[in-house]
Structure formats: C-alpha cells, structure tokens
Ligand binder design. Structure first.
Ligand SMILES: [Zn+2]
Length: 59
C-alpha cells in the first residue's frame, strides 16, 4: 500500500481551481511566493503544470 493517493479527497488544481481527474504535485521554490511558506506543495492539473514548466524554462 502506498498512501500517496487518497480517492476520498477531491482533486483540485490549486492554480486554476478546476477539478481535475489527475493532478501533479508541484513543489514551489522558496521565494516563488513570499506570502506562502517556502517549499509549499501545490497541486496542478496537467495543463497548469505544463504552463508552469514553460514559465520556468522561459526565464
Ligand atoms: Zn489547473
């Protein structure tokens, strides 16, 4: 058993707020968002995680 998945919990994207069948855990670098705790983990749907990847590479 692995405790990674919790089907009882609704999966929701933290970026667009949409419910998503699959979300990816995204660890934000410290300093990314000063109002949040450093290394906070968020969940992103496929589309948002892709967008974040592109933003990261374009900078
Ligand atoms: Zn999203």
């Amino acid at each position: 058993m692995d405790g990674e998945e919790n089907p009882a919990e609704e999966l929701r994207c933290d970026f667009c707020g949409e419910h998503a069948p699959n979300v990816r855990r995204v660890a934000l670098d410290s300093g990314y968002d000063r109002l949040q705790k450093p290394h906070r983990e968020r969940y992103a749907c496929a589309r948002c995680s892709e967008q974040k990847e592109q933003e990261r590479h374009s900078k």
